[in-house]
Ligand binder design. Sequence first.
Ligand SMILES: Nc1nc2c(ncn2[C@@H]2O[C@H](COP(=O)(O)OP(=O)(O)OP(=O)(O)O)[C@@H](O)[C@H]2O)c(=O)[nH]1
Ligand SMILES: [Zn+2]
Length: 316
Amino acid sequence: MTGLVYKSTGSWYTVKTHSGETYDCRIKGKFRIKGIKSTNPIAVGDYVDFELETNNNQVSGVIHNIHDRKNYIVRKSVNLSKQTHIIASNIDQVFLMITINNPPTLTSFIDRFLVTAEAYSVKTILLFNKIDTYDEETLDEVRYLAHVYRKIGYECIGVSAKTGKNVEKVKGLMQDKVSMFSGHSGVGKSTLVNAIEPGLNIKTKEISTLHSQGQHTTTFAEMFDLSFGGQIIDTPGIKGFGVVDMDKYEVGDYFPEIFNLKQDCKFNNCLHIKEPKCAVKAALDQDEIAFSRYRSYLQIVEGDEEHYRTDNYEQD
Ligand SMILES: Nc1nc2c(ncn2[C@@H]2O[C@H](COP(=O)(O)OP(=O)(O)OP(=O)(O)O)[C@@H](O)[C@H]2O)c(=O)[nH]1
Ligand SMILES: [Zn+2]
């Protein structure tokens, strides 16, 4: 049988078949996936093959195969083992929720998020929430940001989880897809998800991420069905996408507007900083590339690790 993993608790997996039956499954033998050194071999969002077995009149499943993943997101463990934990896989899209001032979402946060999402091959849609509260000046800021991000290929939608503005539009995008919601604490993730699917109480608030010994608990994601088709993955306690190791020469490839120009730079290993005949710097001078985007690019290339962690990898 084949099913989709909805929940994992470490040794047991909740797997749902296409016809809607749910089974508790375990893994058979050692499971190694090429190239990933992770603490969990199977994650929420995985498609797996399993066989049923009966023990003491209890039916459960034994997973013997995992299908290739289209993408996955990981979290590095904070301890010294340097192992990764796969949070979720096969994500169709992530909605990055942004508020201008309550709380403020900085462009450096948005851009670091987008770079990570590009590196993971996860499509991102930007939702500017709480537009019911904005004055004309703040709305101008929303319009400007939407212009900047639309120009480089990201869909941008102004929404209000409170008044319901554009909530139907977001639902339409979610139909029959696997979605996630991200963004700073307080941007309105729970409120919007509740407006989209009333009664689905996703626990975006984690009670505590620390054990009494001061170690981080492992965060387990969970998948939920949407009544109108599709699923939502809830990742309690995880507000950003974490840190992805990348070479400084790779960073520009995850900025679509920089990637599109790099073949026009004189040097094929151009970092677009001080090199002569750089197409990216020329585009910046012509205002074809937004300065805030270029500034974020420089911050990432110059490796402001400390900043990266606090900005993009929040855990309360
Ligand atoms: N005016 C207005 N208030 C909103 C809107 N969306 C959310 N809020 C309010 O903003 C506050 C935070 O919303 P939450 O949904 O709890 O935010 P969250 O992103 O889930 O926060 P965490 O659980 O901490 O990650 C609540 O008081 C909501 O009522 C909106 O569109 N307009
Ligand atoms: Zn260049």
